[in-house]
Design a protein around this ligand. Structure first.
Ligand code: CP
Ligand code: NVA
Length: 304
């Protein structure tokens, strides 16, 4: 098993390391009794600058199941760096804790924390990435379809943090991924370049389109909120631009796609209808459950 030093982005992983992590996550899920002491004596800080249900609870419960201890730091009323600098925050945390899990407004904050603390930092969502989510999603796809290199995933919506991490994960796994975004809401250009580089090595296929029809025939359609936390865009304007990209039963049928995915929280009757979200086609609770198993695989690999 490869040892991880941190997880700021999935782009830090090689295809083999990602594959090892997914296999470990599957083992953690199937045989949890093997790992009950994996974090014995370790304390892990959980810092959240933004709200969370799934990430906060899955880390807290997951660490407990691995025999470790978590300390939750509520920064939800403001970004780090106000009472003291992010570097000072990180240096102090390092005196007592063994790793830092952080949900932050800016990817730079994670880098500063990692640099100052010299402790492993795990990205629990930033403006640019949501690697733990993508790991859980890849695990769900692997459980459902087997060999990831044979899977075609379509992402429809905003070219955001969740989209970026899925693109990197898909590229590392040799998958086919179609990304459908409205004009002006494409994935970040730097992330895209990096994904194209990875895909050139792994044989992954990445398609970008503003047309929903490009998602036709995919194994699953994935969507996320049209307005991410911290995004200051005008909600009415966003609603107008994204409305044609709503995933509903008619769209699923027209595109002949069987499965639906969403990182949650979902905004019912906006990016997805309740009819699709609550249908048998929906993998969302499998994705949510897998957050804990995937993250536990990451934590085990940090201290392996
Ligand atoms: N999917 C996800 O990260 O959910 P939370 O924002 O509730 O943590
Ligand atoms: N893109 C969303 C994901 C929430 C889990 C956000 O950043 O708010």
């Amino acid at each position: 098993m490869s040892k991880l030093n941190q997880l700021l982005s999935l782009a830090e992983l090689s295809p083999a390391t990602l594959n090892d992590l997914l296999n470990l996550a599957l083992d953690v899920k199937q045989q949890p009794q093997k790992y009950t002491q994996a974090l014995a004596g370790k304390s892990i800080a959980l810092i959240f600058e933004k709200p969370s249900l799934r990430t906060r609870v899955s880390f807290d419960v997951g660490i407990y199941k691995l025999g470790g201890h978590s300390v939750y730091l509520d920064q939800q009323n403001g970004a780090m760096g106000k009472r003291e600098t992010v570097a000072d925050f990180g240096r102090n945390l390092a005196c007592w804790t063994d790793a830092i899990v952080a949900r932050v407004f800016s990817q730079q904050t994670l880098e500063q924390l990692a640099q100052a603390s010299h402790k492993p930092v795990i990205n629990a969502l930033s403006d640019l990435y949501h690697p733990c989510q993508a790991l859980a999603d890849l695990l769900a796809l692997k459980e459902h379809f087997g060999d990831l290199s044979q899977v075609h995933l379509a992402y429809v919506g905003d070219g955001n943090n969740v989209c970026h991490s899925l693109m990197i994960g898909a590229a590392l796994s040799g998958m086919k991924m179609t990304v459908v975004t409205p004009q002006g809401f494409s994935p970040d250009a730097q992330v895209l370049l990096n994904v194209q580089k990875i895909a050139a090595d792994t044989g992954a296929v990445l398609e970008l389109s503003p047309h929903l029809s490009a998602a036709a025939g995919a194994d699953a359609i994935y969507t996320d909120t049209w307005l991410s936390m911290g995004d200051k865009a005008d909600p009415q304007q966003i609603e107008r631009v994204f409305k044609p990209y709503q995933i509903n039963t008619a769209v699923m049928q027209r595109l002949a796609v069987k499965y639906f995915m969403h990182c949650l929280p979902a905004h019912r009757e906006h990016e997805v209808t309740s009819e699709v979200l609550d249908s048998d086609a929906s993998l969302v609770l499998l994705q949510a459950e897998n957050r804990m198993h995937a993250q536990n695989a990451v934590l085990i690999s940090l201290f392996a």
